[in-house]
Each structure stands twice: as C-alpha cells, then as structure tokens.
Design a protein around this ligand. Structure first.
Ligand code: 9MR
Length: 570
C-alpha cells in the first residue's frame, strides 16, 4: 500500500455489515473517464485481492454537475479489514466488514451527551483525555425582566442546574432539548431491549437504568426546573446575555438568565414530559414518583399553553423592551401548530384521555414534514404508530391515516435513490443542505426505519443504512462527520471545550452540522472555496454554520446507528 489514499473514493469509513449492501462512490470533476474500468477490494495491507468488480456507468450529480461511478461489492461477505482499489487512481481509506461494525459509534455518539453535561465535573475515568472541571452550576439563575412574574420578580433567582449544553455554546434551550429528548426516548421505546445493552461508561453505568435513560435523566431533571410551578409555564431558555468566548465551561460567564415563557417551549416540554412519564414508569422502584411528576408537569404545561397560545418567542421584541439584551440562539418559531400536534399526541398516549386527541386537529393536511427543531409534527405520528396497540377507539380509527403519513414520507425518501450520484436518500435536492444537514440525513434515516417497522420491507432499511454511509464518508466532501469515528473526520468543530481544552483531538462522538449552502453568508468564516450546496463545508472552528455540533443533531445519529445495530440481522 505505498500509494497515497485516493480521496476521490468515497465510502463509509467504518465499514459494512456482512449481509448488507457495500458501496463506494468514485467522484471526479467534470468530464472524466467513462470507459469500462475495474476495481478490486484488497486486504488492508494490499497483499491479497478478495473481490473483483466493474465500476458502474457514470451518473451526474445534479447539484454540482460532477460525475460519479459506483463500486458495488455487496457480494463480498468475508469479514476483515479492506480497501477499495481503483487501478491508476489508488485505494480508499481502510474499512471493516463485520458484525456490529457500528456498535462503537452507537456508544460514542450517545457518550457525547455525557461530554455535554452542564454543572458537573467530568473525571478522567469517564472522560479520558477530555476530563474537565465543572462549569455552570446554575444554582442562582436570574429571572430576566422578560420572565418576571408576581412570585418571581426580575432579578430574583431560581436553581436550574444540570442539562446538556445545546451545542458548541453553553446555553440550554427548551425547544431544542425537546426534540433531542423526544428522539432519544423514542429510541428507547422502539428498541428497549437493545438499548439496555448499550453501556457508555458514565458515573451511573452501574445502576439499574440503561445508560441511555440515565443520560436522558440528566437533561430531564434540568427541564423540570424550567417550569414555573405557580402557573405551569416554561421558560424558553437558560442563557448568558451573549455567547461566551472560546473558553472552558469553568471559565465561562457567570451571568445566567431564564427568559420569557413561550408556547413552543411549553408544548415541547409537555410532549417530552408525557413521553418520559411512560418511559420511566418501568423504573418506578429506582425513581419513585418521577413518572407521576412528569405527567403532572406535562399537563400543567399544556394548560398554560392553552391559556397563552400566542406567546411565541420574539427576541427582538424582548430586546426592545427589556435589559439586558439577549443575543444567543433564538429557536424562534412563528408557528406552533406542529408543537400542538406533538404535545397532544404524547399526552393522549400517556393519559389515554381523548380530549387531547380531539381538541387539536392532528391531521390538518396530507403533509408529513421531516422532523427538525421547528417542525415536530411527524414525531406525533411516530409515537401513535409505535403505540398503535394502546390506542383508544378514536385513535384506532385513524391508524390507516397515521401509517399513510409515515409511508408517504418514507416512500418519497426511498424513491430514485439508485439514480443519485451518491445513491443515498440524502441529497436528492439541494435544499437538504441547510444548517445542520447532517441531522437531515439522520432524520431521513429514522423516517425510513419507522416505515420499516410498519411494513418489514427491507428496502427502507437499506435506504436508512445508505444515509448512515453518507454520514460516515459517502458524500461530496469525503468527511465522516462524526468526530473521532473514521479516517477523515472534523478536527476543528465549533465546540468550545474542543477548542479550549488543549487536547488536539476534539471531543469524540459529536456530529458536525455538515454542508450548508448558505454557511459563508451565515458565519462569515474565511476559507470557503465553493458555493456548490453539497460541498459548502469547512473544518474550521469559526464555521459555526457548517461545522458546529448540537444535541438535536447527535440525537438522531444515536437513534439511526443504534436502531441499525439492533436490526443488523434483519
Ligand atoms: O440549528 C439551528 C438552525 O436551524 C438555525 O438556522 C440557526 C440560526 O438561528 O441556529 C441553529 O441553532 C443554534 C442555536 O441557535 C444556538 N446554539 C447552536 C445551535 C446550532 O448551530
């Protein structure tokens, strides 16, 4: 293997299951060689050829106009470590073919939530090289004037410790915690037995709860403190007025506020608490009272939302009226229709009270939007389908509609995958490459897996796996987007601890946001070299619009990888 790695060969840099599809994509600029060409799969040391194949015909990537050819070696089922070799071009990064090839990634992606914990030190036995002292105790968080009430006047304090840092910044936002928690709790509800086997070496690893639930509890307990017990309302976020500099948590700004309550925060909170109430019921001995507390919290947040349906979070309006100004992430959303649907569905499923089901129109139209932080409607359909055998007669009547929503979304994603440049559902349209595109790929994968659960049709499973291949290197920039997992991974994510800790390698298991067509305009980081949507990615820490990390991106990664591991023998 004296030749250098040919970066034009793009593939999943971790590898493949023996019984699954195995594809590498050879990319070239325009024109290129369209003649029949062979490729080989060789042992990683280059000594032995284990597979001979022919490259496919050439396809054009409609986004960039560049050419792509496929090396399909699905028929190779031998386990081991290999490289794809294209004579005259060179060989790929090494990869494995084996059972459980993504297991360490599943563990690492979940472990990244431990590294995001606020208010606690991360000791070396758990955090390894990335151990650090505690930051953000959040025991004396100020009530911002925008959040003042009779019982909690501005300038008084509440205790609101724990939680996960949202992303590369150190603030804690209820809306984004909502979809992240919903995704992780859904993983548990969908694959409880498999989740129990995943251990991440966290301080709670030896207790009776699966580590996935222990980790989720760290954030759930924080979320509970964000509800005002006097009225059930939920503060939109806990934040510094301005973003911190690139410092460790222990050196960050001490001035922390909770800001105005919002209807989107209340409804996302209600959905999470309702779901958590179901999930933690299984652990009533270990966590006495928790399931009931979550249920009460959910109902109270819902009632607050019913009384305050127009309380959308508007940071500009707040800054016009109150001091200090707040300039951190907004998670602003002008439309709460989908949050109503999600909260109603989760409360209905937990309480079996049909009022929740009927008071909101759960099926306002035929659309089934891909989940993202401002668009949580489809999470309702996933949960209703998952718990279909627990529906009341009213819900049961709608089962065909619910399934139809999920299958319509999945069918659109599965369509025409084979004619795509990278043969993935991800990237069929340039609009997939928005801020946090990696989460688009992961959430597409989840939608496909939900369809697989409903139908047992393996083509959905294969399409979901193709999107994992996308995330791990089969894409237009050739990166595996998960820190520490793959041969070419982000080394400079916009992530304050990774920047400030003095350790060369970034904190592992974090999913970079990924290509974002508008990144250059949004973060103004210097160094972007292209405007082609699927290529606008910069491994620089100033590139927060293409190379930040965030809990709502890591959560669907955890779901996708863990579910695929659980289903690897399907
Ligand atoms: O993920 C969010 C993306 O959809 C928005 O376009 C962007 C700008 O508002 O904000 C992203 O969320 C960021 C949040 O506001 C603050 N913490 C970091 C998040 C990820 O970049």
């Amino acid at each position: 293997c004296a030749q250098p790695v040919a970066e034009t060969i793009r593939l999943n840099q971790l590898g493949f299951y023996p019984n699954a599809a195995k594809v590498a994509i050879l990319v070239s600029e325009t024109g290129g060689d369209t003649s029949t060409r062979s490729f080989q799969v060789m042992t990683a040391d280059g000594r032995q050829v284990v597979f001979n194949g022919l490259l496919s015909h050439t396809r054009t990537n409609p986004i960039s106009g560049k050419l792509a050819r496929t090396a399909d070696f699905s028929a190779l089922r031998t386990t081991g470590t290999f490289r794809v070799n294209v004579p005259g071009l060179g060989h790929s990064y090494p990869f494995a073919i084996r059972e459980a090839v993504h297991r360490n990634l599943a563990i690492g992606a979940l472990k990244s939530f431990y590294f995001q914990r606020a208010s606690t030190d991360l000791p070396e036995p758990f955090a390894g090289r990335w151990h650090r002292p505690a930051g953000h105790p959040d025991q004396h968080v100020l009530i911002h004037p925008s959040a003042a009430s009779a019982t909690r006047p501005a300038g008084t304090t509440i205790s609101s410790p724990r939680g996960w840092y949202d992303a590369g910044d150190y603030n804690k936002y209820i809306v984004n915690s909502g979809i992240s928690m919903g995704t992780l709790l859904s993983l548990y509800e969908d694959y409880p037995d498999f989740c129990k086997l995943l251990t991440t070496n966290i301080p709670e690893s030896n207790n009776a709860l699966p580590d996935l639930l222990d980790e989720s509890l760290w954030n759930l307990r924080w979320m509970l403190t964000m509800q005002d017990p006097t009225d059930g309302g939920v503060y939109h976020k806990l934040t510094n007025p301005r973003f911190d500099g690139m410092v460790m948590p222990s050196n960050a700004r001490p001035d922390r506020y909770v800001v105005q309550k919002s209807v989107t925060a209340a409804l996302d909170f209600a959905a999470v608490m309702a779901q958590a109430s179901r999930v933690f019921k299984d652990y009533a001995n270990e966590l006495p009272g928790l399931a009931d507390s979550c249920r009460t919290a959910a109902v109270n947040a819902w009632q607050w939302a019913r009384q305050n349906p127009n309380a959308l979070y508007d940071q500009d309006a707040i800054n016009n009226q109150f001091d200090p100004d707040v300039s951190t992430g907004t998670y602003g959303d002008r439309n709460a229709a989908d949050e109503w649907i999600w909260a109603a569905a989760e409360l209905y499923l937990t309480t079996r009270d049909e009022t929740y089901y009927t008071v909101v129109n759960l099926f306002p139209d035929d659309k089934t939007p891909l989940p993202s932080w401002p668009q949580v409607r489809t999470l309702a359909y996933y949960s209703l389908a998952r718990l279909s055998n627990q529906l009341t007669p009213r819900g049961r009547k709608d089962l065909p509609t619910i399934k139809n929503h999920i299958l319509t979304l999945a069918n659109t994603l599965r369509q025409d995958v084979n004619s795509q440049a990278f043969q993935t559902p991800m990237g069929k349209t340039a609009s997939d490459y928005s801020w946090g595109s990696s989460a688009v790929a992961a959430n597409q994968g989840i939608a496909l897996l939900q369809a697989y659960r409903l139908t047992n049709d393996k083509s959905y499973l294969a399409a979901a796996l193709a999107n994992l291949d996308y995330l791990l290197g089969r894409n237009a920039v050739g990166y595996s987007f998960v820190t520490g997992f793959g041969s070419k991974t982000p080394m400079h994510p916009h992530h304050r601890p990774s920047i400030a800790d003095g350790v060369e390698a970034p904190v592992p298991g974090l999913l970079s946001g990924g290509p974002n067509a508008n990144a250059a305009r949004q973060d103004k980081c210097a160094g972007y070299t292209t405007t082609v949507a699927d290529e606008v990615f910069l491994d620089a820490d100033c590139s927060y619009a293409s190379n930040e990390i965030a809990i709502n991106w890591n959560a669907p990664l955890v779901y996708l990888v863990t579910a695929l591991e659980a289903l690897q023998h399907a």
